[in-house]
Each structure stands twice: as structure tokens, then as C-alpha cells.
Design a protein around this ligand. Sequence first.
Ligand code: IMP
Ligand code: MG
Length: 182
Amino acid sequence: MERIFGRPIVTQEEMRARIKDLGRQITADYAEKDLILVGILKGAYAFYADLARAIRLPLRVDFLIVTSYGSRSKTSGKVKMVTDLTEDIAGRDVLLVEDIVDSGLTVKYLIGTLSKRRPKSIRVCSLLSKPERRKVDVAVDYVGFQIPNKYVVGYGLDYQQKYRNLPYLAVLDTVDDEGQGF
Ligand code: IMP
Ligand code: MG
């Protein structure tokens, strides 16, 4: 049984305004740097497209695809990169763009893997963060919205690969594998 709550928890207008702010902040912070925006697919695709256009710098774009296998709506803890970057990040300033930092395992894994390629810096920008769910300590340098411990969909985030195209963020009215938070 899947049902979307009628009322979005973050509206399109709120998204737009917050992403503009993040873009302004990143533009200032990376003015003298060699920025490469690394999108973590699939979840980050919607946020990424908006964020990249809110940053007024001649940045590079690149993407990677990760899967966390195991159950469908929670992170299993086993993160795997299934598609790698096409650009060289050595000596460049990498900003990872993520949809949501939940347990923190995905971001921790990627920072570990990508750091070995000797980027000049590596930081994280996530549209959403659920601090209550953190299992590992990761620094999220830019956060769009901190949200409570609820399973959300839309704006790139899925439930069993659906709802990514919702233009706002909504709480999914169903029960996940851990029975958490609905
Ligand atoms: P982490 O590795 O536990 O931090 O999880 C990160 C990934 O879990 C995200 O990139 C999402 O794909 C997924 N995820 C965590 N919470 C949610 C949610 O509320 N809705 C949809 N996907 C989620
Ligand atoms: Mg994801």
C-alpha cells in the first residue's frame, strides 16, 4: 500500500529559495577554486540540476552512480559504486552533491574512495539531512533542510524507484522494512 500525503513537507517555493541561498554561498566559497560538482545518482539528479544553475562559476560537472543493496527502503550498509566518474579529480576541488544524508554510510564511503585520487579538497552538499539517523560521523558542509525521521519522496528521492519526479518533497504514508517513522 503506497500513498502520498497531500501536503508537501517542503514546497517547490521553499526548495527554490533555499537552493538559491546554497548557490550563493557556494559561489562565494569557491570563487578562487577549481570546482567540480559530483552528483550522486540517481537521487541527486533534480537537486543537482537546480544547484548547478544557482552557482555562478565556471564549474565542471560529473556524476557517479552508487547503489546500497539489501532491503529496498533502508540503507543496508553495503555501498557500491556501479558507475564511476569520467573526469580526473586530482588537484581539483570536489563538491559531492547528494539528495539525503541518512546513516551517513554512502557519503563516508565516497569520501574514502575519492580521497585516494588526491583531490585538492572534498566537501559535501546535501539537499536533506536526517541527523537522528546518523550511524557514522560525517561532515556535511552544506545542508538544504534538516528533516525529522520520516521516509520522504520527491525531488529526486524514490520509494522503490518511483516518485522521483514529484516536484516537491512529501512523506510517504506506508511502512518500511524497519517499520520506522510513519
Ligand atoms: P545513507 O548512506 O544511509 O546516508 O543513505 C543515503 C541514501 O539512502 C540516499 O542517497 C537515499 O537514496 C536513501 N535514503 C535515505 N533516506 C531516504 C528517504 O527518506 N527517502 C528516500 N531515500 C532515502
Ligand atoms: Mg539515493
